[in-house]
Design a protein around this ligand. Structure first.
Ligand code: RIB
Ligand code: CA
Length: 317
C-alpha cells in the first residue's frame, strides 16, 4: 500500500488531481494540505473539502489549512484563470466536512514521522508549506519516500511570464529551499503539460455526453481555465496537476525522465521564478528527476476512467 499526502492551492486542475488520488482504490490518502496560490488559502481549503465530498470521500481524509502567503513576496493569485472561487465561479456551498485545527506545516511533519519512509507528497501549488515544513523539521527530506512536484518550466517559456511557471513564480524562495533540501524529487514542468497533457475539444465533447456528478463537477471547475488556455494558444485544456498526479500514481506514464540539477531565480525581475536546469550534470550532483515526456494517450484514458467512475488502481513502487 502506498501512502500519499497532497499539498494543493485547490482550483481547476488541482481538483482533478485530488479526484485521482481520492478515487484510487489501492492507495491511502493520508491527508490534504492547502496553500495560498490559485486562490487564497481559505478558498483553497473549502475547494478541497468540497472536492472530497464530490469524490464520495467526505470526512474520510483530513484537510489541513496552510500558508496564507508566500515566504517573502505578496500573494499573487490566478483568479483571472480559474475564477474568483477557483472553481469556474461555481460558488459551491460549504462542504459538510470542516478542516482540522492542526496547521498544514505541522501536519506534513507529523505524517512524515507517522509513515516514516513511506509517505509520498504530491505538491501541486506554490511550495510554501513544503519549505516551511523543512524549516520545522530539517530531516523531513530523509523521512519521506518521494516528493512529486508540478512546477517550473525546463528550458521553456513559462505561463505567467516568459521565464516562469505560476507555482515557481508565486513563491520562488520556497522553491529554492525545497530544491536545496535533499528531497527525493520528481518534477513535471509546464512544458510537458502543454505538449503531452492537453485535453482536446473532442475529449470534452465525449465527457459532456457522460453526464455524471463527476463529469459535471470536472466541466464546471475547469471551464474557465479551458477558455483561458484556448485563448492563449493551447489546442485545448491543460491539466498540469492531474498530469503530475497521474504520473505519481502510475510512474510508467512518464516515457522519458532525466537527472538534473535544478535552481530557481528568486529576484523580483524578468527572471523571477525561472527554472535553471542543468541536465548535463557536468560538475554537480542531481537534486531532481525531471519528466521529459508523458504518454498522452494513456493520460487521457486515465482521465476517462476517472470521469466514468471506474475504479482506479495505482502502480506499486
Ligand atoms: O502552472 C500550473 C500550475 O499553476 C498548476 O498547479 C495550476 O493549478 C496553476 O495554478
Ligand atoms: Ca495547483
Amino acid at each position: 500500500m502506498r501512502h500519499f499526502l497532497i499539498d494543493t492551492d485547490t482550483a481547476g486542475d488541482d481538483t482533478t488531481a485530488l479526484l485521482l488520488l481520492a478515487r484510487t482504490t489501492n492507495i491511502a490518502l493520508e491527508g490534504v494540505t492547502t496553500v495560498a496560490g490559485n486562490v487564497d488559502v481559505q478558498q483553497a481549503t473549502e475547494n478541497a473539502l468540497y472536492t472530497l465530498q464530490i469524490a464520495d470521500r467526505a470526512s474520510q481524509v483530513p484537510v489541513y489549512a496552510g500558508a496564507s502567503r508566500p515566504l517573502l513576496y505578496p500573494l499573487q493569485t490566478a483568479t483571472d484563470v480559474h475564477g474568483a472561487d477557483g472553481m469556474g465561479n461555481a460558488h459551491y456551498p460549504p462542504a459538510i466536512q470542516r478542516p482540522e485545527q492542526t496547521h498544514a506545516v505541522e501536519a506534513i511533519c507529523r505524517l512524515a514521522d507517522q509513515w516514516a519512509g513511506r509517505l509520498e507528497i504530491v505538491a501541486i501549488g506554490p511550495l510554501t508549506n513544503i519549505a516551511l515544513a523543512v524549516r520545522l523539521d530539517p530531516l523531513l527530506p530523509k523521512k519521506i519516500r518521494h516528493l512529486w512536484v508540478m512546477g517550473g518550466a525546463v528550458h521553456a517559456q513559462g505561463n505567467v511570464t516568459p521565464a516562469a511557471e505560476f507555482n515557481f513564480y508565486v513563491d520562488p524562495h520556497a522553491v529554492h529551499i525545497v530544491l536545496d533540501a535533499g528531497f527525493p524529487l520528481t518534477l513535471l514542468g509546464w512544458e510537458i503539460c502543454v505538449r503531452d497533457g492537453v485535453l482536446s475539444d473532442a475529449f470534452f465533447e465525449e465527457i459532456e455526453g457522460l453526464q455524471t456528478p463527476l463529469t459535471s463537477f470536472f466541466l464546471q471547475t475547469n471551464r474557465l481555465v479551458r477558455a483561458f488556455d484556448k485563448s492563449h494558444g493551447v489546442a485545448g485544456a491543460t491539466q498540469p496537476d492531474a498530469l503530475l498526479t497521474a504520473v505519481a500514481l502510475q510512474p510508467t506514464l512518464a516515457t522519458k525522465s532525466a537527472p538534473a540539477f535544478l535552481q530557481v531565480a528568486v529576484d523580483d525581475n524578468a527572471t523571477r521564478g525561472m527554472t535553471v536546469a542543468d541536465l548535463l550534470l557536468l560538475d554537480r550532483t542531481k537534486n531532481a528527476t525531471v519528466v521529459r515526456g508523458v504518454d498522452a494517450g494513456a493520460f487521457q484514458q486515465r482521465m476517462r476512467d476517472l470521469l466514468e467512475g471506474n475504479p482506479l488502481v495505482a502502480q506499486e513502487r
